[in-house]
Design a protein around this ligand. Structure first.
Ligand code: SF4
Ligand code: SF4
Length: 84
């Protein structure tokens, strides 16, 4: 079962190392739209999914992803299943 990801500074700093260089992040300017990053804790971007061009997801190499036994990836587009 996936564990809840805390919205804290440590996880945000880790996220910046993975969402930051992700090919889907900066080209879609996700940093300019709430919740900016750490989508696996905060939920999907407020940018409409139809306006986000999918260029891949870097979550799978992220320690937050493995440590919380997350699945799926692309949290900026799809959010967290069963969570807001
Ligand atoms: S799993 Fe993805 S959204 Fe969550 S902290 Fe890592 S890179 Fe960011
Ligand atoms: S959640 Fe995945 S697809 Fe979205 S910006 Fe982060 S690494 Fe990229």
């Amino acid at each position: 079962m996936p564990k809840i990801v805390e919205d804290n500074e440590e996880n945000m700093n880790t996220c910046k190392r993975f969402c930051g260089p992700c090919p889907s992040f900066k080209p879609n300017e996700l940093q300019t739209v709430k919740p900016h990053a750490l989508f696996c804790a905060r939920g999907a971007s407020e940018k409409p999914i139809g306006e986000i061009e999918d260029k891949g997801c870097s979550c799978f190499g992220c320690p937050v992803f493995t440590e919380h036994q997350l699945a799926g990836g692309w949290f900026c587009m799809h959010g967290i299943e069963g969570r807001k």
